[in-house]
Design a protein around this ligand. Structure first.
Ligand SMILES: NC(=O)C1=CN([C@@H]2O[C@H](COP(=O)(O)OP(=O)(O)OC[C@H]3O[C@@H](n4cnc5c(N)ncnc54)[C@H](O)[C@@H]3O)[C@@H](O)[C@H]2O)C=CC1
Ligand SMILES: Nc1nc(O)c(N)c(N[C@@H]2O[C@H](COP(=O)(O)O)[C@@H](O)[C@H]2O)n1
Length: 297
């Protein structure tokens, strides 16, 4: 069944604006040029329950956002060049990772005031580039995967897959390339305690630099649990420019996938909070509330 295009109120979009990448960083077709390597604007965004759960279990797609906050997420997708998930999410959710807001100037449900903020350029039919972090190429995507179907239908973009596998299967790479996606090779961090290749990770700075090297100047990172917890850790949270969390009025219970980053312990052995948001904005949307803020430095 065809999905009904989403709309997002203009007033709510205005309240989000201070937490979004500057409009000047949004790509236009003519801007995909080479620049000295730096990092994109990074928004970490996800939906949680009252017990800080993302889903009922690692392999379980779980709807938390109500209609209003779901439209907000799609507005965010319209405002970023790229959208990123870990392979656990790609496998569990078979996600579309496209923007399903109504096209162009109909996507906000009231018009911007004359001479007002430039939302007519903020909301476009442009689609974010899906980025999947998949060091061992575990995601067994096919042409029937939702993201591939949407790319084929011109309703989204094919993914870029960041991997450490030196020689990806030719058939997978061909399918990706035909739809405009690609494999991006990246070296993993040296193993710390484990030499098991599947446990080795990329440095987030290297991931973000690789994304920026593709001409993608802003990225929203949606999850899942491992991705969010590692980005909120004290090693990585400085990479986050903005955090936007949808809080749904429900408890998922034990056994869920939780947002709970590793504890920060000082040299004296004392624990302290891992991270805190500042400059916060709380936006009620239907039965949910959306919390926007910056990591306090
Ligand atoms: N409520 C929400 O907003 C969201 C919920 N989810 C849920 O989260 C669950 C999936 O979470 P997880 O199982 O934790 O999977 P995940 O999506 O965080 O993926 C974890 C995998 O990604 C790769 N990875 C992540 N960071 C890496 C790095 N720095 N270097 C190299 N590889 C890296 C590794 O292969 C790792 O095993 C699903 O149930 C999904 O439905 C996912 C996104 C948003
Ligand atoms: N904002 C938000 N609310 C929820 O309730 C969710 N379960 C998620 N999940 C994220 O959205 C992806 C699904 O995207 P499509 O609708 O298939 O395009 C999923 O993979 C998670 O990243 N997000």
């Amino acid at each position: 069944m065809a999905e009904v295009p989403l709309t997002f109120p203009y007033d709510e979009a205005q309240r989000l604006e201070p937490h979004l990448p500057p409009l000047s960083t949004r790509l236009t077709n003519s801007q995909a040029t080479e620049e000295p390597s730096s990092l994109p604007f990074v928004t970490l965004t996800f939906a949680t329950s009252l017990d800080s759960a993302l889903s009922l279990g690692p392999g379980i797609r779980t709807a938390l956002s109500g209609p209003g906050s779901k439209a907000m997420t799609h507005y965010l997708r319209s405002r970023h060049d790229a959208i990123c998930v870990g392979v656990g999410t790609a496998i569990a959710d078979n996600p579309g990772l496209n923007c399903r807001l109504a096209a162009a100037d109909q996507s906000l449900d009231s018009s911007p005031p004359k001479g007002g903020l430039p939302f007519e350029t903020a909301v476009t039919t442009r689609q974010p580039r899906p980025i999947v972090i998949d060091p061992m190429l575990r995601w067994d995507f096919t042409s029937a995967s939702k993201v591939m179907q949407l790319a084929r239908a011109g309703k989204g973009l094919a993914p870029y897959i960041i991997t450490a596998v030196p020689e990806p299967p030719a058939a997978k790479e061909k399918l990706l390339n035909e739809l405009g996606g690609k494999i991006i090779p990246l070296s993993q961090l040296p193993a710390e305690s484990s030499t098991e290749p599947s446990r080795r990770r990329f440095d987030w700075r290297a991931i973000l630099a690789a994304v920026h090297d593709e001409g993608l100047h802003s990225i929203m990172i949606e999850g899942g649990g491992e991705v969010i917890n590692s980005l909120l850790s004290s090693d990585n949270s400085e990479l986050l420019d903005s955090v936007i969390v949808t809080l749904a009025p429900t408890w998922l219970g034990q056994g869920s996938v939780f947002v709970s980053p590793p504890r920060k312990t000082g040299a004296d052995g004392q624990s302290s909070a891992v991270a805190r948001l500042t400059n916060t904005t709380w936006i009620p949307l239907g039965e949910d509330v959306v919390l926007c803020g910056k990591i306090a430095r």
